[in-house]
Design a protein around this ligand. Structure first.
Ligand SMILES: *Cc1c(COP(=O)(O)O)cnc(C)c1O
Length: 376
């Protein structure tokens, strides 16, 4: 059976975890957390990066930092993971879903402005498959309407838009290091912070509302409860696992990209014949090969293709059920405008196996089976 995902493992993970154990420092904010934060700050040109327990928690932290209050509205796509909306619903805000573009499956930037009301506080672009949203347009809209931009860059670690790392463009960026993402620590994430003014508050919210981070830096002589907050810092054991991956970030990137490119080459002909559609990477975007998807004609054909591949020992999977059609989405949010592409395109999309260490022969075998399905 070819699995859909295998968590990345590069070799040094166990050594680093052992080092953390031997240093007798396994709670949060030790040496490995510092190394991870610093690695990302340098690599991505980010003002500040703080490791978190998940991307969901990074987004919750961003919602706190953006002062999202009950009744506020937050614009986002409906074709995304539940956490994009959950983080704001927890603060009592209303997710306002806007249609996606069929080419990238990202929020349609031309439909955002019409969804803005006097209650709108933030825009949350989700960089699907690590392919950037049209950020220039989104940042311009945000500036004109005085809105905060929180990038859901869960899938966009190591991707770029016009040369700039995803996650560093909006006021806040949220990364995921879940085991299904390109770089992993089991469960984990990070928040990227653009403005100096937000850093101290972020450290306080992340440390249960205390100024413990300042205390550890020796800037104050005792720490105390100064604000509301929660616990968003991961254990050093997880941070150690991630550091082994970050050190090999380029190797993981190149390995995934060669699988992605091989799929694309192998399946181009089927797309030219009109059987399937392949992903579009706009000229301004450098993606990270997070995902290889294709689109079948419709839901029925997609189901048949997934079943066919399963019979050939290949696990291919579909993706999000649009949030506005889910019970919680209906209770807490609303869709603005026409759902022209969100439902239709989500029903056609399926993802092929893609992970660090997937072999070229496996990519070829999977591609051959997709072709065999269409030759039947
Ligand atoms: C994976 C993912 C998340 C959630 O990440 P966690 O680290 O599991 O909390 C959020 N948004 C998107 C778009 C994702 O793909």
């Amino acid at each position: 059976m070819i699995r859909f995902n295998v968590p990345p493992f590069t070799g040094k993970e166990m050594d680093y975890i052992k080092q953390a154990v031997e240093a007798q420092k396994i709670c949060g904010d030790g040496e490995f957390t510092k190394k991870d934060n610093q690695w990302m700050e340098e690599r991505f040109g980010a003002k500040k990066v703080l490791l978190t327990t998940s991307c969901t928690h990074a987004t919750e932290l961003a919602a706190l930092l953006a002062d999202i209050k009950p009744g506020d509205e937050v614009i986002m796509p409906s074709f995304t993971f539940v956490s994009t909306a959950d983080a704001f619903v927890l603060r009592g805000a209303v997710p306002v879903f806007v249609d996606i573009r069929p080419d990238t499956m990202n929020i349609d930037e031309t439909k955002i402005e019409a969804a803005i009301t006097e209650k709108t506080k933030a825009i949350v672009p989700v960089h699907y498959a690590g392919v950037a949203c049209e950020m220039d347009t989104i940042m311009d809209i945000a500036k004109r309407h005085n809105l905060v931009v929180i990038e859901d860059a869960a899938q966009g670690v190591m991707s770029k838009y016009k040369g700039q790392a995803l996650g560093t463009i909006g006021e806040f960026g949220c990364y995921s290091f879940h085991e299904t993402k390109n770089y992993s620590m089991g469960e984990g994430g990070a928040i990227v912070i653009k403005n100096e003014k937000d850093i101290e508050r972020a450290e306080i919210f992340r440390e249960k509302g205390t100024n413990r981070s300042k205390f550890f830096r020796g800037q104050i002589d005792k720490y105390t409860w100064v604000d509301y907050g929660s616990s968003y810092l991961p254990s050093e054991l997880n941070a150690a696992y991630l550091y082994a991956q970050l050190e090999k970030a380029d190797e993981i990137f190149d390995d995934r990209m060669s699988s992605w490119n091989r799929y694309y080459e192998n399946l181009k002909e089927l797309a030219e014949q009109g059987h399937i559609e392949l992903p579009t990477i706009p000229a301004d975007c450098e993606h990270n090969a997070h995902m290889f998807y294709l689109k079948a004609k419709d839901l029925e054909e997609r189901t048949a293709l997934i079943d066919f591949l399963k019979s050939k020992d290949i696990l291919a999977v579909f993706h999000y059920i649009p949030l506005h059609t889910a019970p919680a989405g209906q209770a807490y949010g609303r869709f603005h405008g026409e759902d022209k592409y969100t439902t239709k395109e989500s029903e056609r999309l399926m993802r092929l196996p893609l992970y660090y260490g997937l072999k070229p022969e496996q990519v070829d075998y999977i591609s051959e089976q997709v072709k065999a399905f269409y030759q039947k």
